[in-house]
Write a protein that binds this ligand. Sequence first.
Ligand code: ZN
Length: 285
Amino acid sequence: MNNADFQARWPQLASQTTLDTQAQQGQSARTGDLTPVVGKSGGFRKTVSFVLVCIVYYGTELFCRRNFNLKTDPLGKTTGQMVGAARSAKQNIVEGSARAGTSRETELRLYDVAKGSLEELAGDYEDFLIVRGELPWSEKDPRARKVRAIDFDAFEAHDDLRHNFAAHLMQMRAKFAPATENENPCIAANAMLVVIDRACALLRRQIDRIGENFRENGGFTEHLTKVRLESREAKAAEAADSPKCPKCGGPMRKQMARKGANAGNPFWSCAAYPNCNGTRPWDWH
Ligand SMILES: [Zn+2]
């Protein structure tokens, strides 16, 4: 493979990001990766995984436009599959994040679908290389290491979210572009594989974290059940203290009188009402 193009572009990238220093600091460069998705819904823009998936999506669209034509992909099938998989990953993160507030199960499932789409896309890039007699880069390849070490600027949500996030995204995309949007398709495909791996690893961590949180606190459905059980237990406790109905001997319930001289005051009413109309005064012992 002719890497002159690639080599020529890297110094420019390296001067922007001081890659080696950041690679040494590994941990601190990666702290941005840990921004949790759990909790509020719609926080996807803050996650590095979402930015990576956007870079994959825009890059894949460009990659297909450059490398497939009417001869190599006459029906547009490969293009459709690759761009479709990248878009699916992006959309499922957006949707999963939107559902985070109401259904952890759905959020979890959608992130898993996003990860699956990325893995499918990785398969297409691998095929692209293998068909051309190129080996995918080894993990130890210095070029792979450089793409892995590209750091992320933190994105703080402020007002004007759409505008500011797009600006942030374009900046991040420009950092990866010398590799992921390289005109040499084998370099671009390899760089894309590294970025996809990175996004998948982050998604896996998010899925694990949500899963752990789910085990500890339960999902939304479990939460509702818990609330319901508590209220039922409270009612049962009240029933245990309640007097027996003078008519049928069953438990009685606290009721508020709606009319008559007693309106607005509590009294005991048979729990079997309306089948039994037994009552007792509230201060009955
Ligand atoms: Zn009764």
